[in-house]
Design a protein around this ligand. Structure first.
Ligand SMILES: [Zn+2]
Length: 107
């Protein structure tokens, strides 16, 4: 089920139930594994990356699941413009113009 955060799915079962075997809801009986993931989204006119998000990842299809509390916290921080939270690192991002790419691809 999609939630308010781009690219993040709500976990089918809360990861706190770590003793349980949690399976991917897209694959047939594939157990999810604990992992830390990153996501990126547009915030105002800038690209923002959040890394080290606790998640469950399907080794079969790669689907990533994040628990509801984590998604709510990320949504709340986005809504507040990350006020009071300093970025861990600046990340230079290459920006390509499609028209320029067409010219380069043609040469
Ligand atoms: Zn899967």
């Amino acid at each position: 089920m999609r939630n308010g955060c781009n690219n993040l799915d709500a976990a089918p079962v809360h990861p706190a139930a770590a003793g349980m075997r949690i399976v991917c809801d897209r694959c047939d009986d594939v157990a999810l594994r604990h992992a830390h993931i990153s996501t990126a989204f547009w915030q105002d006119a800038g690209l923002v990356v959040i890394r080290n998000i606790p998640a469950m990842v399907c080794p079969g299809c790669g689907e990533e699941y994040v628990d509801d509390a984590t998604v709510v916290m990320i949504d709340r921080m986005r809504g507040a413009g990350f006020a009071g939270c300093a970025a861990a690192d600046p990340l230079p991002v290459p920006v390509f113009d499609f028209a320029e790419m067409e010219r380069c691809a043609g040469s």
